[in-house]
Design a protein around this ligand. Structure first.
Ligand code: KG4
Ligand code: ZN
Length: 340
């Protein structure tokens, strides 16, 4: 018998609903929130209000696209954290009510694990799936982790950022350059036409497999302050080289630790996941490593890199098979460490 799972994602500023038939996506609807653009980051109160407006239309749309009736659903899976509390509460409340009304199991999903398990969505264009054990560099707006994945639900954080996440490094330096939020995709676009070696930014010296990005933000701030004293148009004139150099620095910091992790663990199956895995420079760096170091690399499709409910639904599917269901008195958690 086929299994239909509804996935709900509302941890940050994207409201998303997806319908899965076994491990195949029938619908993956995402409502982005433009409202944060000029605030330099996500405004939590505005995000939860927008989720509240979007959640029902997004679920209806997903059911329409999937061409199924809500009574055909076998379970409702939702992001229970980490994320913004007000945003999570909207998805959690909806998922609980919907699963109760339909009398189907409720499944809680960890957003960061879901980013990784997105690699297991059945897709004709990407037939090769990661082999266990593999390493995953999970890079988003709130997290930067190197994970050792032994199985679908046996994951260990072996390295992580001690301050800002890689996505924040993109977004905050973009903000200093006067770009709207989120700056990551804009830097990526401009970096394609710039010289990655034009400006040298310092690399942090952090022990082990951990990362730090707050120093980069500060050095960009001071560098630009000095340049702008001499030429008020410096950013506009140099935005391509600035973007390329920043992106290059962030990728080098990430890849340095990922290489170290591969060496230390002896694992050559390496994946990337999360919003920053959409970055074209990081994707190229992974492909280069495949050639140079013989890694088996796994790069998610663009639509499964940034936040989406398809990844929540596939994680829900694996939990459904195990019979791992949640109680309705479950409450969302905001930080990865609070749960893992
Ligand atoms: O996973 P995600 O959609 O949301 C979180 O879970 O945080 O990641 C969002 C982050 C943002 O910081 C955004 O700027 C970054 O991913 N991002 C990118 C690109 N696309 C999204 N960063 C660099 N290059 C991109 N192409
Ligand atoms: Zn995410």
């Amino acid at each position: 018998m086929d299994t239909y799972i509804l996935g709900i994602e509302s941890s940050c500023d994207d409201t998303s609903a997806a319908i899965l038939k076994n491990n195949k996506i029938l619908a993956n609807v995402i409502a982005n929130q433009d409202v944060h653009k000029f605030y330099g980051g996500v405004v939590p109160e505005l995000a939860s209000r927008a989720h509240q407006q979007n959640i029902i239309p997004v679920v209806h749309r997903a059911l329409d696209i999937a061409k199924i009736n809500k009574n055909q659903l076998h379970a409702v899976a939702f992001t229970n954290g980490p994320g913004l509390l007000g945003s999570l509460l909207v998805g959690a409340s909806f998922a609980k009510s919907f699963s109760m009304a339909l009398n189907v199991p409720l499944i809680e999903v960890n957003h960061m694990h879901a980013h990784i398990l997105a690699h297991f969505i059945e897709d004709e264009q990407q037939p090769v799936k990661p082999r266990f054990p593999f390493l995953c560099l999970t890079v988003s707006g709130g997290h930067t982790q190197i994970m050792l994945i032994r199985d679908y639900f046996d994951m260990e954080v072996i390295g992580q950022t001690i301050d800002d996440a890689a996505g924040e490094a993109f977004d905050k330096t973009a903000k200093i350059m006067g770009l709207p939020y989120p700056g990551g995709p804009l830097i990526d676009k401009m970096a394609r036409e710039g010289n990655p070696h034009a400006i040298k930014f310092p690399h942090p010296n952090i022990p082990g497999l951990d990362f730090s990005f707050s120093g980069l933000k500060t050095s960009v701030l001071y560098f630009l302050r000095d340049q702008l004293k001499n030429d008020p148009d410096y950013i506009e004139k140099n935005k391509l080289d600035l973007s390329a150099s920043l992106q290059h620095t962030i990728i080098e910091i990430l890849m340095h630790k990922l290489r170290k992790a591969a060496k230390e663990t002896g694992i050559n199956d390496v994946a990337i996941a999360g919003g920053v895995s959409a970055n074209s420079g990081l994707r190229q760096a992974m492909l280069k490593e495949k050639e140079q170091s013989g890694w088996n690399v796994y790069i998610p499709k663009f639509e499964y890199s940034t936040d989406n409910a398809a990844m929540i639904a596939i994680t829900g599917y694996f939990k459904y098979i195990k019979g791992d269901f949640a109680n309705h008195d479950i409450t969302p958690f905001t930080r990865y460490a609070d749960k893992a």
